[in-house]
Design a binder for this molecule. Sequence first.
Ligand code: CP
Ligand code: NVA
Length: 306
Amino acid sequence: MRHFLTFEDFSKDEIFEILRLAAEIKKEAKAKDYKPYLKNQTLAMIFEKSSTRTRVSFETGMYQLGGQALFLSSKDIQLGRGEPVRDTARVISSMVDMAMLRVYKQSDLEEFAKYSAVPVINGLSDYLHPVQLIADYLTMQERASGDCVAYIGDGNNMAHTWISLASILGFELRIATPKGYEADASIVAQAEKNAKISGAKILYTHDPREAVCGVDVVTTDTWVSMGQESEKERKVKQFEGFCVDKDMMSLAKKDAIFLHCLPAYRGYEVSDEIIEAHAGDVFSEAENRLHGQKGVMVWLDRHRGN
Ligand code: CP
Ligand code: NVA
């Protein structure tokens, strides 16, 4: 049985297999040919944090695959009152076929997976957001955008996941963060090891202009992730010069695409003008959450090892 907690557990071929499956299922869905790949299965969705895209895409995706999804806010289940993660995992996984968790700590996901009888999916942690990157890369493939990517902003869960994916698939990535907001050292060290095999080129800089120069894809994320609300004032000051605006975007390739995992905060990490000019890219990316995750769930179901 496999879990989808981090790209580090997957080979390059397996990631491309998930992407192919997602594209195939998307094509079928666009033709209203909803194949019941997960007929009668139930997905438990545990949320410790807010969500629009993750909740709607997993719930709708599971329904379209012939199954159903349970929305479980951690506030409303005993987990939120201190029931241990391992007990929650043993109980819930005895009743459902798959589980998706959005949590603060990556280690909670790992503990849940350790005690779970069913595949577990990372629906975002403070450390990683891999289902988002499946949607992002699917969008790049559809746009045939080229895969030299600049990520401008906070060295957060999105930056980490871009680093991990680039290092495994072997594409060029430039990460520009303000001083003091660099990506986690352990992600960077692992990526260095991966890059020796994949040939990925990853640049870390504090200069967003250096990063975007000539790239195919420009991407960013909020400066204030969920749980960091009290840091907003300080971060906004320290991220001055990191807004992806027209000037910055003009340094990328002429036909470069712009991606944002959303929610976006206009006037902070991206200007209103840029997000509106690239609404076609950004909202296809958001829709691809649905198709990408259907690919992930069907892939996991096919690798249960029974
Ligand atoms: N991008 C993303 O995960 O969105 P939500 O927080 O709305 O799920
Ligand atoms: N970095 C953001 C991503 C939201 C999808 C956060 O963790 O809040």
